[in-house]
Design a protein around this ligand. Structure first.
Ligand code: ADP
Ligand code: 5GP
Length: 203
């Protein structure tokens, strides 16, 4: 008998830039190939190894405007000087299919998801062990100029102030411990009775 799937779960992960969102969600997805990832649209140019339709849908300003007009986004926001948006049809499909859908969103996006999907979404914030460690990780990643890194570190101060609105806070010090914690949070959320009831054959 196939395992009963519960209601869909929307897992929103935020952190300051360089806080480990990409690293952590990719590890979770490789542990659980049945989980899905919500690919956002953005007007930011692709970085070196990023692929269109895999990391993001890279759009022009005109294409992004057209999507806003068509009502294709659940939410969109300006982040670090570019626009990013969550595509509604992926969310609808995940909820319809009872999937776990993971999102990498800034604090504004997380706030919108909480408002639109109060009972379907959980918000997880990843925080590096210190400001200095965050800076070192951004420098070591070698994907952004020093100007961009400085701007992102400045933005981090405002993002950190929003932590109290999150359901979970995970310190990303040892990477494997952090991945285990996020994995456990998702597993625990999937065991909530309101996601599983009625159980076929029982109630
Ligand atoms: P984000 O997606 O939040 O911007 P990344 O996942 O790209 O962050 O992580 C930023 C950099 O820090 C990457 O080079 C990544 O390999 C590294 N990193 C992430 N978590 C840790 C950790 N716990 N310890 C050391 N380096 C880490
Ligand atoms: P990056 O440019 O480093 O990939 O992402 C920059 C920021 O944009 C990150 O904080 C990321 O979480 C956020 N982001 C990515 N996609 C979306 C989205 O669809 N909506 C919102 N609000 N933020 C997003």
């Amino acid at each position: 008998m196939p395992i009963q799937k519960g209601k869909g779960l929307l897992v929103v992960i935020s952190s300051p830039s360089g806080g480990g969102k990409t690293t952590v969600f990719q590890a979770i997805l490789s542990r659980h190939p049945q989980y899905k990832y919500s690919i956002s649209a953005t007007t930011r140019p692709a970085r070196g190894n990023e692929k269109n339709g895999y990391d993001y849908f890279f759009l022009t300003d005109e294409q992004f405007d057209a999507k806003i007009k068509a009502g294709d986004f659940v939410e969109w926001a300006f982040v670090h000087g570019h626009r990013y948006g969550t595509i509604k049809k992926f969310v609808d499909k995940a909820l319809e299919d009872g999937d776990v859908l993971i999102f990498d969103l800034d604090v504004q996006g997380a706030n919108s998801m909480q408002k639109v999907y109060p009972s379907e979404s959980i918000l997880v914030f990843l925080l590096p062990p210190s400001r200095e460690e965050l800076k070192q990780r951004l420098l070591a990643r070698k994907t952004d100029s020093i100007e961009v890194i400085t701007q992102r570190l400045k933005n981090a101060e405002n993002e950190i102030k929003r932590i109290p609105q999150y359901d979970y806070l995970v310190i990303n010090d040892d990477l494997n411990v952090c991945i285990d914690k996020v994995d456990s949070i998702i597993t625990a959320e999937l065991c909530r009775p309101d996601r599983l009831l009625p159980v076929k054959g029982w109630i």
